[in-house]
Design a protein around this ligand. Structure first.
Ligand SMILES: [Zn+2]
Ligand SMILES: [Zn+2]
Length: 269
């Protein structure tokens, strides 16, 4: 691969462990061509998101370090916009992500905060199918109406199900719903990230979206990119090359990268 780049990066302004500068220094050391920051957009009911005050500092900091390191790396200013956030900022790009579902009384329930939280969400809605359908309906609405540049962890609802503890992905209703999501993506300009955060050497399939969905996306020529969803600087290239290799075995030849201020096709070879 000629280049490496990551646009899904969290810092100490939200739930990441390292500062903006520490992330930039690691990326330079690893020869990244570009690096984008995607702090969690402010959400009143989510304390891992950036406060309004921190959001302002976050953008100032990115601007400052972008200038300082401009001869060494391209830095981009983005955000991971939760589906329930109102975003009003001047961004280089936006990652759209669903982290919550809502019940009919406007109560919000996290789907990825912790296993215990996930179980509470299940208990509240009564069954897994209801939770999954609400999750994907949010994803579809986000794609159609918020038009993110990048769709974050498309099937995050699988987070606690990598060992198939709660559902199988082979049932007709699940496949139908995934197809509905893919149809919405097909009709959009969004790029789907292949998110490597949950991968490990014992489970190279623990990525979002699933291999099944990646294959479908590739068949339809939907644009994809690789993101690590890094919450620490040394995770910026976490399973990046392994994923690039896997994509090649699935017949993928190129991915999108933000270079020179636009998304370009970069060969995986
Ligand atoms: Zn997320
Ligand atoms: Zn994230």
């Amino acid at each position: 691969m000629k280049y490496i780049s990551n646009l899904h990066t969290h810092t100490t302004y939200c739930d990441g462990k390292n500062t903006i500068e520490e992330n930039i220094l690691y990326a330079i050391e690893k020869n990244f061509i570009s690096l984008g920051f995607s702090g969690h957009s402010y959400l009143q009911f989510d304390n891992s998101s950036m406060s309004i005050e921190n959001t302002i500092k976050y953008f100032e900091d990115i601007k400052k370090f972008k200038e300082i390191y401009k001869d060494k790396i391209q830095i981009y200013s983005g955000i991971e916009a939760d589906y329930y956030s109102n975003i009003n900022a001047n961004l280089d790009y936006r990652i759209g992500s669903v982290h919550f579902i809502k019940d009919d009384n406007n109560n919000y329930f996290p789907i990825d905060a912790s296993k215990q939280n996930f179980e509470n969400t299940l208990k509240h809605f009564g069954n897994i199918k209801e939770v999954i359908l609400r999750y994907y309906n949010n994803v579809i609405d986000m794609i159609n109406n918020q038009k993110p540049d990048i769709i974050g962890h498309l099937d995050l609802i699988r987070k606690y199900n990598f060992n198939k503890e709660y559902f199988t992905e082979e049932e007709d209703w699940y496949i139908e719903k995934i197809n509905e999501v893919i149809e919405a993506i097909k009709n959009s300009n969004s790029i789907v990230e292949i998110n490597t955060r949950k991968m490990n050497k014992d489970n190279l399939n623990a990525h979002y979206p699933s291999t099944y969905t990646i294959k479908k996306l590739l068949k339809l020529n939907i644009h994809i990119t690789i993101n690590t969803d890094a919450h620490s600087a040394n995770a910026l290239d976490y399973f990046y090359y392994e994923m690039a290799e896997k994509l090649k075995t699935l017949g993928c030849t190129k991915i999108k990268m933000l270079i020179d201020n636009s998304f370009k096709d970069i060969s995986l070879n």
